[in-house]
Design a protein around this ligand. Structure first.
Ligand code: SF4
Length: 321
């Protein structure tokens, strides 16, 4: 079976987003935290499903500021000043309740630092009111437990070019899985998906790539849905790892080795030189990728890899990594 790319899917990825990031005035102070990158750039590529968990559990806008305070067995979410009830159980319950309706999401962009929506950036206070550590918000934590394969990020991380590229890669891969693999699940589709992402997987985590290869090699007689569940869980874990420049350089070398037999000596020399320039940080990833893509098409060698069309080219995600 030929691997199928995300280009063949005629829906945009549906991505959840904290409502304040879209410009909705839902914050405690009646304001918002609009992310222009989300509303002006990503909105062209994603369909957004926005939600505000604090409003959804019945808190008014404006409302007193809340914060996360350490407690056993789980942290509390209470007013920053004065007495209040603990809102964490309601936020967790809302995440549990809404999760089945969010299975079609291909990603989620959370607002950073929020006691409800934060992703590793929420301040956890001691009972005496001192900042102690950073953690996840009550809603985001519970949502991730219920949708463990969902690609997630905070809006602030999208300012970092490597984090941005990695999140987009995860969203499009998961979207492809949801729309190209799962609807007609069979061994051939699993193999085709793995074949398509193999080069990318190797750049993210060689150990998990091998684990996935073995899983597929031994799937004869196994329940295909169980294999698929195991596969996508390990696949998304691998994709969460942020490749360093040296991992991308190794990826470029792997592509070069696939191509090498077809290339003229000048093309070999130029390819090696440009990969070396990338390794030294002289040019961004898009430069060797563009050259290798041209050569792949010229010699029709391994053009079915997701390396070439993992996400829309126009997003310019490789221009600054
Ligand atoms: S961070 Fe989350 S809970 Fe707070 S206003 Fe934004 S969407 Fe609502």
């Amino acid at each position: 079976m030929q691997p199928v790319s995300h280009d063949s899917i005629n829906t945009k990825p549906l991505v959840g987003i904290s409502a304040c990031l879209t410009g909705s005035p839902v914050r405690f102070n009646g304001g918002h935290k609009q992310s222009r990158y989300c509303t002006e750039v990503l909105s062209k590529y994603f369909d957004f499903k926005s939600l505000c968990p604090e409003v959804a559990i019945g808190l008014s806008t404006p409302r007193p500021a809340i914060r996360m305070v350490e407690s056993e067995p789980q942290a509390k979410v209470v007013y920053s000043k004065g007495e209040s009830q603990d809102y964490a159980p309601a936020l967790r319950e809302y995440a549990q309740k809404i999760s089945p309706a969010l299975h079609s999401l291909s990603g989620f962009i959370f607002m950073q630092k929020s006691p409800s929506c934060g992703l590793g950036s929420t301040t956890l206070y001691t009972e005496k009111g001192f900042p102690k550590s950073s953690t996840n918000g009550a809603f985001s934590q519970e949502l991730m437990l219920n949708l463990p394969n969902l690609p997630v990020t905070e809006a602030g991380r999208l300012n970092d070019s490597r984090c941005r590229e990695n999140f987009m890669l995860q969203v499009y891969a998961y979207h492809e899985w949801q729309h190209n693999v799962m609807p007609n699940l069979c061994a051939a589709r699993l193999q085709a998906f793995h074949h398509r992402y193999k080069l990318i997987l190797r750049a993210h985590c060689e150990v998990r790539n091998q684990q996935l290869g073995q899983l597929l090699a031994n799937m004869k007689g196994a329940d295909i849905h169980q294999v698929a569940n195991q596969y996508i869980h390990v696949f998304m874990q691998a994709m969460q790892r942020l490749p360093k420049q040296k991992h991308h350089a190794s990826l470029l070398m792997r592509i070069y080795k696939i191509l090498k037999q077809h290339l003229s000596s000048t093309e070999r020399q130029q390819s090696m030189q440009i990969i070396e320039h990338y390794r030294q940080g002289i040019v961004p990833l898009i430069v060797p990728m563009t050259m290798l893509k041209f050569l792949v098409h010229k010699y029709q060698a391994r053009s079915d890899s997701a390396v070439w069309d993992a996400y829309p080219f126009e997003l310019g995600l490789q221009n600054a990594i």
